[in-house]
Design a protein around this ligand. Sequence first.
Ligand SMILES: [Ca+2]
Ligand SMILES: [Ca+2]
Length: 357
Amino acid sequence: MKSKLILLLCLPITIIAQIPQTSNLVGEYLLYSDANDSSGKNYHGDSFGSPTTTTDRFNNADAAYTLDGSDDYFHFDDDMLNEWTPDENGWIVSSFTISFWSKSTQSLEHPIVAFGVHNNGNLYSSNSLYKGMITRMGTAIKMNSNNWPTYSNNSGFSTSGRSHDGQWHHYVLVWNYDTGYRQAYIDGSLVGQFQQVESGTIRKRFAIRDKGLSIGRERYENDGSSDDPTGTNGSYDGSVDDIRIWNLALTSSEISNLYTYDNTSSNYGNDWTNGSSDGNWSTTSNWSEGVLPTKRTSVIVETGETLTVDINSAVCGRLIIKSGGTLIISAGSKLTVSGPVVNTGTVTISGDIVLAY
Ligand SMILES: [Ca+2]
Ligand SMILES: [Ca+2]
């Protein structure tokens, strides 16, 4: 008995990072050449201003977008706002978390996130331009709420240069309704938090209405007439990727876990290498990462290669079958695809393929 216990304690403990709180995930946008939601909620988005596809942080092609700093941005479904409940004054009475990756060389302050920005000028002030949550990035992140700034002098949370070093970084913005704190995290670590206290009262002012999440801009016109951000504020000048939003406040350990997951290349790209003669999906050595694809992985079958799905639990994100490439789904096997399918090759289905997107 004792030796078994010792054996158990000696086994290596592997902590597998996961996307936290997936049942409270309201939207997930992996930007595999579109703005569709892979969270299962179907709050799909659109791009505006013709952003261009680019490689992601793991060098996967067409797996992220570059915004031109002029008029490019993403806007996701306004119906997502049903996931939050406002009180009689329009302030939401629950929390949210927004995560995304971005990279830029622009140190001048520019827009990055708008959420719940509304057009009705009647709430608390006649000027509705800044209603909802607006976020800008320069040398600091400023996560404002209804024009109540981050810190009294609106200095924001310093990015320590990461916002304009030309490298991909992971950002998480949290509104915690229970504590009244706004928080910003970069690369899994807290960089600043702020609690608005006035005359001893913690202010909880997030009026989230009208406009769902947007990335690449910070606000909408107050007459509601235009989705055009062209003007002095422009849009985000850099690249963005892998955007998520939850209807709760993630904890610091969950955000650290999220960063670890998101910073693991095998969760996003996994090339089929035809490495062994069996040609089977289930053989891990056939994959460039040495593990099977996840539901977020971009899988590419190159010209001249043949991939046979031989298990009923095969999953992937985007599926690309290039001209001259072949995908076979054998009898009794199933592949579930949670992203777009781009097929210019050959697909033979004796089993089952499920398009869950
Ligand atoms: Ca991506
Ligand atoms: Ca443009």
